[in-house]
Design a protein around this ligand. Structure first.
Ligand SMILES: Cc1cc2nc3c(=O)[nH]c(=O)nc-3n(C[C@H](O)[C@H](O)[C@H](O)COP(=O)(O)O)c2cc1C
Ligand SMILES: [Fe+2]
Ligand SMILES: [Fe+2]
Length: 395
């Protein structure tokens, strides 16, 4: 699909199959787009990023009266194969195309595609393509070490690579076209994308936003999701907020992660949800493993507190919950307040493993409660008290 951004800039948007996994692990049941852009100066035609498969690129270019061979310059904002996978085809058909990338991007272009002839950009370097000036900014580690962004000086358009992107597929191209239903998808799918893809690199996001703050950005063209032309500041502020969740402050929300084989651990949840609601605290519940980890990560990332409710299984924490905690740890979830409780029958063991995770993740443990079977009234009281303490801790 092709869309006009302005008279010089065209978006080529390709939707990944909803059955695919993004990066081989993140479900995209609501889709994700891969965005490439064509910028036509009076002297040079530039492609910013490519695609995974190259499919329908030719017909989209043909609609503009162009062939792939007419492209003079290829800018690679980062080398992840969702944007470069089909480069072998491009390099075969356009052996003399000028390629612009960071130093690391150049190395990767050779490693991945055997292409040696890459112009290595310097930070702030300008390239005149006839009536338009492209400026390249190195923005390492958002989210790959080779990442850069490209800016059209005259138009204030920032091609921001994976930053300011989102999961989800949208009929609309621009922020000002989004329907209410699309906004309702964009909110969680931006946050799930951020938590899954970018969160670990939050300090670099803050650094990048600061470094670009002097630019007069009128439009943001990310490599996934929608184009922000009405209010680019909105997505910048949003990403800034998401990045600050790394160290806090975060939202006064509690996310309850629940695993239960036979309902004993589960039987405590509805009461806790009611308590939170009565206190005016937003509470999210996520069943593990019924719900993919990335949806848990999205909610825990913004929450000041979370609850791990899971039974003992073979002397350790319920395996799916251990897997989820491992993911949260890898994705830099730390410093939040947390309550653990779970059922066991014999000598237990889940709390011990949970406590080890909590220590590794520098979580503030409000309580860690293991009980037998369905639990006693005293257990019930202890869990309720722990949950109320958790609420007080984030108020
Ligand atoms: C496969 C399996 C392994 C278990 N391993 C242990 C164990 O090692 N130690 C223990 O105390 N209880 C163990 N249990 C007992 C459960 O923790 C107990 O049935 C608990 O009440 C289940 O809670 P739930 O109803 O929330 O799933 C195991 C249960 C199952 C089904
Ligand atoms: Fe990427
Ligand atoms: Fe990407």
């Amino acid at each position: 699909m092709k869309a006009v951004i302005n008279e010089n800039v065209t978006l080529f948007r390709y939707e990944k199959s909803h059955d695919d996994l993004f990066e081989g692990c993140w479900p995209i049941r609501d889709g994700v787009s891969i965005n490439a852009y064509c910028v036509c100066g009076t002297e040079k035609k530039v492609l910013i990023d490519y695609t995974e498969s190259g499919a329908s690129f030719d017909s989209d270019l043909a609609d503009m009266g162009l062939r792939l061979e007419d492209i003079d310059i290829l800018v690679l904002n980062h080398m992840e194969p969702d944007h470069t996978g089909a480069l072998n085809v491009l390099f075969t058909r356009c052996p003399n195309i000028e390629v612009y990338a960071t130093r690391l991007g150049a190395t990767e272009t050779e490693t991945l595609y055997g292409h040696k002839n890459v112009h290595v950009i310097t930070n702030g370097e300008e390239l005149n393509i006839g009536g338009k000036t492209l400026v390249f900014y190195a923005t390492p580690n958002i989210h790959w070490p080779d990442t850069m962004m490209t800016y059209i000086k005259e138009d204030g358009i920032l091609f921001s690579c994976d930053a300011f992107g989102a999961f989800g597929s949208y009929q609309s191209v621009f922020d000002d076209e989004l329907t209410e239903k699309e906004w309702a998808l964009l909110k969680p799918e931006t946050e799930r994308y951020y938590a899954s893809i970018v969160a670990s690199f939050s300090p670099f996001v803050l650094r990048g936003i600061k470094a670009l703050s002097a630019l007069d950005i009128k439009t943001i063209c990310p490599s996934h999701g929608i184009v922000w032309r009405k209010d680019p500041g909105y997505v910048v502020a949003w990403y800034q907020k998401l990045a600050t969740y790394l160290e806090g402050p975060r939202e006064k929300e509690i996310t309850i992660l629940i695993s239960s084989m036979y309902g004993n651990t589960l039987s405590y949840i509805s009461n806790l949800v009611q308590i939170a609601k009565k206190e005016g605290i937003v509470v999210n519940t996520v069943r593990i493993p019924d719900t993919n980890d990335s949806y848990a990560l999205e909610k825990v990332w913004r929450s000041e507190a979370f609850v791990v409710a899971a039974p003992t299984y073979e002397m350790e924490l319920f395996p799916s919950m251990a897997h989820t905690l491992d993911l949260l740890n890898r994705k830099a979830v730390k410093g939040r307040k947390v309550l653990y409780f779970g059922s066991s029958l014999w000598s237990g063991g889940a709390a011990k493993e949970f406590n080890a995770y909590a220590e590794k993740m520098k979580l503030e443990v409000i309580d860690s409660i293991e009980f037998r079977g369905k639990g006693t009234p005293a257990d019930r009281q202890k869990i309720e008290d722990g949950f109320k303490k958790l609420i007080e801790a984030i108020k």
